[in-house]
Design a protein around this ligand. Structure first.
Ligand SMILES: *[C@@H]1O[C@H](CO)[C@@H](O)[C@H](O)[C@H]1NC(C)=O
Ligand SMILES: *[C@@H]1O[C@H](CO)[C@@H](O)[C@H](O)[C@H]1NC(C)=O
Ligand SMILES: *[C@@H]1O[C@H](CO)[C@@H](O)[C@H](O)[C@H]1NC(C)=O
Ligand SMILES: *[C@@H]1O[C@H](CO)[C@@H](O)[C@H](O)[C@H]1NC(C)=O
Ligand SMILES: *[C@@H]1O[C@H](CO)[C@@H](O)[C@H](O)[C@H]1NC(C)=O
Ligand SMILES: *[C@@H]1O[C@H](CO)[C@@H](O)[C@H](O)[C@H]1NC(C)=O
Ligand SMILES: *[C@@H]1O[C@H](CO)[C@@H](O)[C@H](O)[C@H]1NC(C)=O
Ligand SMILES: *[C@@H]1O[C@H](CO)[C@@H](O)[C@H](O)[C@H]1NC(C)=O
Length: 441
């Protein structure tokens, strides 16, 4: 028994002594058959990134998430990466470059060092056009059930690792079978999530931040949310706003009161956003209206004042968003969280006709789209008009509406969107489960 332990020890010492002649980046990658597209792309399209990766050293290691051939082949089905990789104009090439840069994570994270709960690591993506977060945009990494490595990125995209722990002299490479998506602006992210299951719908809160009784956007909150650095947004879901719709409607007659309420959901920090990993029991956060929210951990759930965080850590271009199940109020901060309630009690007066009311403010939400224009093959392949076109057009009544594309391609747009909607719903259910698991640990 003892000799074998000693032998293993010798082997591992030998292993670490060999660290000095670890494979170069190129040699490590070349050993894997499914990285030919990546290798071509690095050589031909992203020479700067390639040079930086080859120069990485063990004194300042990185973790490179290497997209497989499959990952590149299916970009078209993904928002953000789809449009970027379907075009070759200058803006698309810059976006492609930003996407690839986002795949380089600071530090060496292996299946031995990643935790069973999500952690958010800075990446090389730190150009403010694509990431307005101090220290570089974050990506989430986790080891599920001690065997499956997952990386989570913008719009709750998940990139499972197919081959983990490929050592090279500058750190470690993991092969992922879908590209990580750089987090997008708050409005885009909120709208994308609204194609998913009801608990995650955020168009009501989003619309409220665009609401203006006159046309001049009195609070300018929408602009602030879109382009201020290091935000943490506690976003109540649509149901939460629906339940107090009449109180909100009354409040919206005095825009400064509505702004006071909305601003109480937003935190701006000078040293990066508050991911769930930054929130410990009884953390207090000063919101942009000057008053404080208290975060507590209770019965495995995170609460912001008395509202439960139902989905933590939705990454956005300029921060992070946590979905909560009740509208907060700066004037009602003394209600304790009650983990026994499935949904937190509303703090504003509730509507009698809750079940039939509509989520307020949704018509003020801007109309943004993250999906690629469908290709002709999509139309041939799945274009069996499924009658859901009307749900698409119902979104176009927005006063801030941006045209959503060519009328002739509407049917295939719906197909692509609903296919993506299902994917997002699946991602979100999974990420909620992971979030719950993370909080239980
Ligand atoms: C490479 O891709 C093929 C086709 O997708 C797959 O069958 C194979 O398992 C992959 N190889 C590795 C090492 O992941
Ligand atoms: C950031 O990206 C924009 C758009 O691609 C580019 O014009 C700008 O030069 C970049 N800034 C830096 C500091 O690299
Ligand atoms: C709101 O933004 C507009 C421009 O978007 C600006 O003209 C206006 O002065 C701003 N109002 C306030 C109160 O900051
Ligand atoms: C958010 O800001 C970006 C530029 O930083 C702009 O392109 C985009 O249109 C804005 N989105 C909305 C919904 O205002
Ligand atoms: C990033 O944030 C800064 C400070 O809040 C802001 O001035 C700038 O416009 C933002 N940049 C983008 C591209 O959103
Ligand atoms: C909170 O109370 C203050 C003082 O009465 C008032 O000015 C403010 O509009 C209230 N805010 C909300 C959201 O009710
Ligand atoms: C969140 O935690 C990270 C890692 O400990 C730290 O670097 C960062 O400053 C924290 N963010 C805030 C807002 O405190
Ligand atoms: C969090 O703090 C509250 C109030 O101090 C306490 O009742 C609760 O037990 C704490 N929760 C955890 C998980 O420590």
């Amino acid at each position: 028994m003892l000799p074998s332990v000693v032998f293993a020890l010798c082997l591992s010492l030998l292993g670490s002594a060999r660290g000095a002649d670890a494979l170069s980046f190129d040699d490590a990658l070349a050993k894997h058959e499914n990285t030919t597209t990546l290798r071509d792309q690095l050589r031909d399209v992203f020479p700067d990134l390639h040079r930086r990766l080859r120069a990485a050293s063990s004194s300042n290691p990185v973790t490179f998430l290497a997209p497989s051939n499959d990952a590149f082949a299916k970009t078209v089905y993904y928002p953000v990466v789809g449009p970027a990789f379907s075009n070759n104009d200058e803006a698309s090439l810059e976006m492609q470059s930003a996407i690839m840069t986002y795949h380089v994570v600071l530090g060496k994270h292996t299946s031995d060092t990643l935790l069973p709960t999500f952690q958010y690591f800075p990446t090389w993506l730190n150009n403010a056009t694509y990431s307005n977060v101090t220290g570089g945009q974050r990506i989430g990494g986790v080891m599920q059930r001690e065997e499956e490595m997952i990386w989570t990125s913008g719009i709750a995209n998940r990139s499972p690792v197919t081959v983990a722990d490929i050592e090279f002299e500058g750190g470690v490479i993991h092969i992922v079978d879908s590209l990580a998506v750089p987090p997008q602006h708050f409005p885009d992210t909120a709208i994308t999530h609204s194609t998913a299951a009801e608990p995650f719908q955020l168009t009501s809160f989003l619309g409220a931040t665009y609401f203006s009784p006159t046309e001049d956007k009195a609070s300018n909150l929408s602009r602030f949310l879109n382009d201020t650095t290091d935000l943490t947004i506690f976003a109540p879901n649509n149901v939460a706003l629906e339940r107090v719709a009449s109180a909100l409607s009354a409040m919206s007659k005095t825009p400064s009161t509505l702004a006071d309420l909305l601003e109480f959901h937003i935190v701006r920090s000078s040293n990066g956003p508050y991911y769930s990993t930054n929130l410990t029991n009884t953390t207090t956060l000063t919101t942009i209206n000057g008053k404080q929210i208290t975060v507590t951990l209770n019965s495995n759930s995170l609460f912001a004042d008395s509202a439960r965080v139902i989905t933590p850590d939705l990454l956005i271009l300029n921060g992070v968003m946590h979905v909560i199940d009740a509208v907060l109020s700066p004037n009602v901060t003394d209600v304790d969280p009650n983990p026994k309630l499935a949904t937190a009690s509303p703090l504003l007066s509730t509507n009698a006709d809750f079940s039939t009311s509509q989520a307020p403010f949704t018509t003020f939400a801007p109309n943004v789209r993250l999906l690629p224009e469908p290709t002709p093959t999509d139309v041939v392949g799945d274009g069996s008009g499924d009658g859901t076109g009307s749900s698409r057009t119902s979104r176009t009544g927005s006063p801030n509406g941006v045209s959503t594309g060519v009328a002739g391609s509407a049917a295939s747009t719906v197909v692509a969107e609903s296919r993506f909607g299902i994917a997002v719903a699946a991602y979100l259910v999974l990420s909620a489960a992971i979030g719950a698991a993370a909080l239980m640990a």
